[in-house]
Design a protein. Sequence first.
Lengths: 218, 218, 205, 205, 242
Amino acid sequence: MIALLLRDLRLATRAGGGFGLGLVFFLIVVVLVPFGVGPETAILSKIASGILWVAALLAALLSLDRIFALDFEDGALTLIATAPIPLEAVGLAKATAHWLTTGLPLTIAAPVLGVLLQLPANGYSFVALTLLLGTPALSMIGTFGAALTVGIRRGGLLLSLLVLPLYIPTLIFGAEAARRGTAGLDATTPLLMLAGITAGSIALLPFATAAVLRINLR
Amino acid sequence: MIALLLRDLRLATRAGGGFGLGLVFFLIVVVLVPFGVGPETAILSKIASGILWVAALLAALLSLDRIFALDFEDGALTLIATAPIPLEAVGLAKATAHWLTTGLPLTIAAPVLGVLLQLPANGYSFVALTLLLGTPALSMIGTFGAALTVGIRRGGLLLSLLVLPLYIPTLIFGAEAARRGTAGLDATTPLLMLAGITAGSIALLPFATAAVLRINLR
Amino acid sequence: MLKVRDIAVERSGVPVLSGVSFDLAAGHALILRGPNGIGKTTLLRTLAGLQEPTNGTCEFPVDQAAYASHADGIKTALTVRENLSFWADVYGNTVPDVIWDWFDLGDLRDRFAGTLSAGQKRRVGLARLGVISRKVLFLDEPTVSLDGFSVKLFSSFMRDHHLAHGGVAVIATHIDLGLGEAQTLDLTPFAAQDDGPSDSDEAFL
Amino acid sequence: MLKVRDIAVERSGVPVLSGVSFDLAAGHALILRGPNGIGKTTLLRTLAGLQEPTNGTCEFPVDQAAYASHADGIKTALTVRENLSFWADVYGNTVPDVIWDWFDLGDLRDRFAGTLSAGQKRRVGLARLGVISRKVLFLDEPTVSLDGFSVKLFSSFMRDHHLAHGGVAVIATHIDLGLGEAQTLDLTPFAAQDDGPSDSDEAFL
Amino acid sequence: MSLWEYANPKKFMGWTGPVLPWAFGAAGVCLAVGLFWGFFLTPDDYRQGSTVKIIYLHVPSALMAINAWMMMLVASLIWLVRRHHVSALAAKAAAPVGITMTLIALMTGAIWGQPMWGTYWAWDPRLTSFLILFLFYLGYMALWAAIDDPDTAADLTSVLCIVGSVFALLSRYAVNFWNQGLHQGASLSLDKEENVSDVFFFPLLVCIAGFVLLFVALVLLRTRTEIRARRLRALQLREVRT
Ligand code: HEM
Ligand SMILES: Nc1ncnc2c1ncn2[C@@H]1O[C@H](COP(=O)(O)OP(=O)(O)OP(=O)(O)O)[C@@H](O)[C@H]1O
Ligand SMILES: Nc1ncnc2c1ncn2[C@@H]1O[C@H](COP(=O)(O)OP(=O)(O)OP(=O)(O)O)[C@@H](O)[C@H]1O
Ligand SMILES: [Mg+2]
Ligand SMILES: [Mg+2]
């Protein structure tokens, strides 16, 4: 499992590997929104934390199809499936690699990009905290979705369609906690829920992922 | 060229072909934003037209990597390049197919989804008009970007990175026209600029696309 | 070491082969032959455990088995060495130094796999078999794109390093591998009956 | 019909072959041979116009040429017939009915190409050559994955329908195609000198 | 003979054939009676005027939208555990019916919302969770459509349905937490205190019965169609091989 994780990280950092591109996409969405919405500070600062969450979610989403599709296309996934690693561990390793290359960088970048969106001063820590708690769930759910669509060539958009409703609870609690925190309100409940979703996903979804992979490789 | 266009349209409507998925992604971005930003009508209706434009742009963007990558991977692109169709026509055919399967459906769907974002009543026609004028440019620019990144395996995110800055003028004029129209102001100038960008892209970018394809297939 | 009894396989719900049986003692290889589309790939996938047989049984030490498909599963962005060490890690081995000689990869060791020619890539794919050192191998057209010299490299690897150490192998191929002593099984007579619907379609007929 | 003079080719800036010359009269085929990685694919890509030669010239009626690569370019989501008609349209032809017999594709006509076996897919890839009916063919390992019978189908297509009508072909392959009368060119002696830097690197030396 | 026997495709075709017209007939009668009663024989509401009558479409379709998903969940579980083909096909057949119900509920709600709340749409929790349900249906159907092999599709969609149900529940809770709504609370309950007045209540019950019957009839019909399609596929595959 460690071997797989290390390989995926190494591949991600190689040319064309996609490391940092999620981050760049995040940046670009955040940059685009003011162009679309207009530059008024009052509006921007109200929607800042929400837009950051939505952008992070989209960036995570876009890198999902790399999780399995590349290995599927060049036949590596079949070989990995017949190798002595349980498929559950494969799912977990893939999700971890995805989080390390996407979720973590996003979390670190979000407060910085908050400046562009006029995020109020006490929002920074909350945005970072909620993303730190929430992005692992995004990676794990996304890995499940990627496993679901792995047989389908360029299932990228189908993948988005399947995964987005699954992302909604995470988004709601994450964004709500960030918003409440930014506004100086109590954010304990949504934070707890967010942590709960992450823990639950990591505990259960590897099994669903493995089941679905097994079916798809049949 | 017609043969290629028809084939692409047929492929798009086949299982896993991705027709309608751009649309679905558009729908989902529009749905997500309120979850992130919060449900208040006052804020939503202010940002509605801008968010619709950003969402349409992202949906168009996401389907770009299908334009050439599939044909590249299974070798069809090399064969097409050595076939008796000028590569300029290939670029144009691909862009047209992309617009018909993505831009046009988005334009039709945008007013409907405006309801979800509490778009003010007189905004509907402007959002639709600007998208109708602007999406062909998005498809053509995107085709150029797809041609640029065609050699790179899963260049999806790199593609986004390259294309997004190219999209910004279209977005600015499109969203500005839509916003002015919605607010009841005069929108002639941005509309003219938008039409100009579209016309210019269609006139010039097929040549750039062909040049870049030729280099990438080398 | 490998005992296959009356096995039947299907692909996407279409029965492909039925009634295939064979035994393979340690140190022996079986060459699968048959025209395109007869079901060699499907049979190998079934033996490798990627799909269930619709009938019959196969017995072999599962934790000693490995599969190599048409596609090599080589990561183009990794070097040849990195590709092989990954597989070594997964199977809990290390990359033996002799492997570079066995498959004539010495010069290519630090090249990115993406810059190899078709046959060089294939050699890397085969070197994986030497790295994981499993006893039961299922190989699908291992010598595609190889030149005559490389085919010989592969056969001597099979003979001297795999079979000689008590391994077994089931190999689908269209060419002559020069593994003189290997048994050959032509799958043509085992093509499934045309009217035998698959388990899951049966219910609808 | 095809005249190649002293051509030199490189791959990603590394010189691969140099000094290759040959002539091919109408109705003749040339078989390219040589070990893996010698540069057969690179040479064919150059002839097909996908990359520029670094030296030398080749002359042939460009509008009569076609290239078939390692990969088939078959769309898995289209049926066999749709795949072939697409290529017919592109080249301004129609799909001749005889094609189904030539490549034994009659039964597979309406199957989705994604559900074919490796060899069946390859046959579809080769049928494309019959559909586009070009006189100058550059073929890269056309018989990979084909069984003996299909190889024969291919050779008789080449002999009786392509070469017999005045076509020429340059074919890279590792196996014997049974095109008895074809010339053979072994590329081994043309391997480029190691110390010859490429045109564009030269400027920095 | 166990109950499962009825789920054999041939048996299923056998007994559903005769049942189907009755199911449609009963649905038709209930709907005709319920809607006529509701639309023409009940008084206008003192606050909402005649717009209140949308309730006869809105509430039954909303109920069925949720129940259809429940049915799909059960059918998916049965497929995964017992591998009964009819069960998988019934789940597949129910999805388009369910999504239509969802759409009817959303659209009638939207039409109702205009006079009541002055807007077609508000991010009310009830409305929002229906929108999410709609997305789940859409994804489920898209996955079915994207996969050629029917058994693989059945397996994958079943897993999606189960995982999706968990997340749908979570969303329901999340949405409630996120926004306090404008929407009516549950007004149909055994606890009489909360109920709408009887004049509206009884025709509503008849309409609900009509929608339930209509749902059953449509799902049976569509399952039969799916079984025939599968049969056709099986025959074609056999053809291909000969
Ligand atoms: C798009 C908008 C709407 C959606 C998606 C929607 C959804 C629902 C749902 C799911 C139910 C079933 C509740 C249950 O029994 O569990 C329901 C019931 C009901 N809705 Fe709506 N609704 C919408 C708009 C409206 C509007 C605008 C009104 C009028 C003010 C309204 C009034 C009612 C009433 C009176 C019930 C019956 C309450 C009950 O029996 O629980 N709805 N709606
Ligand atoms: N993905 C698929 N879906 C449906 N049918 C398939 C699929 N792949 C192969 N088949 C069919 O199953 C049968 C067996 O195919 P298989 O790939 O096992 O043949 P093979 O013996 O390996 O042939 P080859 O020598 O060409 O590789 C063929 O008739 C083929 O058309
Ligand atoms: N994409 C690439 N980038 C860099 N070098 C490459 C690339 N592809 C091939 N090469 C190198 O160029 C040389 C010639 O490769 P080429 O593919 O032409 O060989 P080939 O004769 O076709 O071999 P094979 O029989 O294995 O297909 C080889 O040394 C190979 O390693
Ligand atoms: Mg095969
Ligand atoms: Mg080659």
